[in-house]
Design a protein around this ligand. Structure first.
Ligand code: SF4
Length: 408
């Protein structure tokens, strides 16, 4: 089902400007927001079941509840706009067409979290989107929407994929090298400048105004019980109508591809889909009719919903070449802290290059699988396991294509 909880203003010309955004209901959640206590706002978000839309899918409200009891020390909200996953291009739609939605969401979230200073960490290459958001910030300050209760600082990253990982992002925001941090043993908030912080993705925060304005039940009217609400899904690759579309969770993947995406480009056959950004496990085309767009269905299909950025591959795609393309990228983007990741991504890339050059042996394919096992479960962050699972899924789904490249 197509929806417009987040994307309602995307097609309205000029809706990125404050006047037109306001004329179309932007900041309409604020009267109800300030009629509630911060704790009631958090409760509303918990009850909505809003899940993080940056890839992890963890419940947003529960993350907020990890903040320690209020004291006189600072606490922060950080919005992750470091959208760097290949195949994912949804957050920049919000920044381009409705930046005031993000500001409205930040006002609501900061109010709930008793935050006085929030940051937006934006991908270094997003020059246009950073400038657009900055203009919206100036408008919001000029109109008195910001500055009294909340200040927002826009921070531009230098362009490292791993800074999309929330702890690497925080390290970078503190002025250090963008390396992920070790995970604590117990659940606790993130820490920025030694103080508690919540890190949420752009789309997650942009979902908050609807929940506050219309109530959690209205949000839960969309989606499934475990994956409530909607998400901005991307279509790219060999599809007739690529783009970003807001859908309720639980929508059929096949329907999305055929009815909204217009099917595979030039009427070719569907070979495979990468469902949620390029680090997700690949799905063979024949499995698509059984998949719905929600966390549970994708997990049952041995993949993940991730960022919802679907990459469509038609019958002409060489799966080993597609995998090589990704390995090259992930090898380049490994932050290098963990040996299994730093070396493993490099060795996988080099071995697959040898196979694609016609100098591979069948044992090289087994070696790729072996290396992927050494990368799984032994690293600081999930980057290496995600790359390993991605590679294994490509080989398991299309083994004949890999072995056909190895003469002996
Ligand atoms: S798994 Fe890779 S990206 Fe993550 S911390 Fe280790 S080396 Fe860095």
């Amino acid at each position: 089902m197509r929806c417009s909880l987040i994307s309602r203003l995307f097609s309205i010309p000029g809706a990125h400007t404050l006047d037109i955004a306001k004329a179309n209901g932007r900041y309409g959640s604020l009267p109800r927001l300030f009629s509630l206590t911060p704790e009631a706002v958090t409760e509303e978000v918990v009850k909505s079941g809003l899940r993080g839309k940056g890839g992890g899918g963890s419940p947003t409200g529960e993350k907020w509840l990890l903040m320690p009891p209020l004291d006189d020390k600072p606490r922060y909200l950080v919005v992750n706009a470091d959208e760097s996953e290949p195949g994912t291009f949804k957050d920049r739609q919000i920044l381009e067409y409705d930046p005031h939605l993000l500001i409205e969401g930040m006002i609501a979230s900061a109010y709930a979290l008793h935050v006085k200073h929030a940051y937006v960490y934006i991908r270094g290459e997003y020059h246009f989107w950073a400038a657009r958001f900055e203009t919206a910030l100036k408008e919001a300050y000029g109109a008195g929407l910001l500055g009294k209760r909340l200040d927002i600082t826009l921070h531009r990253g230098a362009g490292a994929y791993i800074c999309g990982e929330k702890t690497a992002l925080l390290e970078s925001l503190e002025g250090k090298r963008g390396h992920p941090r070790l995970k604590p043993h117990t659940k606790e908030p993130e820490w920025l400048f030694g103080h508690p912080a919540v890190v949420n993705n752009v789309e997650t925060i942009a979902s908050v105004p609807y929940i506050i304005e219309h109530g959690f039940e209205a949000y839960r009217a969309f989606g499934t019980p475990q994956s409530p609400g909607t998400m901005l899904f991307g279509l790219s690759g060999h599809v007739t109508n690529p783009g970003i579309y807001e859908l309720a969770f639980g929508t059929s993947m096949q329907w999305f591809l055929d009815e909204i995406g217009g099917g595979v480009k030039e009427g070719k056959a569907l070979k495979a889909i990468v469902p949620g950004g390029s680090s997700c496990s690949i799905l063979k085309g024949q499995h698509i009719p059984n998949v719905t767009l929600d966390y549970e269905s994708l997990k049952c299909s041995n993949s993940t919903l991730g960022t919802g950025g679907m990459i469509i591959m038609d019958e002409t795609v060489s799966i080993p070449k597609a995998m090589k393309n990704l390995l090259e990228f992930y090898h380049h983007e490994s932050c290098g802290q963990c040996t299994p990741c730093r070396e493993g991504t490099g060795w996988m890339d080099r071995i697959l290059a040898k196979v694609l050059n016609g100098r591979g042996k069948r044992s090289d394919i087994d070696l790729l699988l072996e290396i992927s096992m050494t990368m799984n479960g032994k690293t600081i962050c999930v980057f290496a396991p995600a790359v390993a699972d991605m590679a294994v899924s490509y080989i398991h789904a299309f083994p004949e294509e890999f072995y056909a490249l190895c003469p002996s």
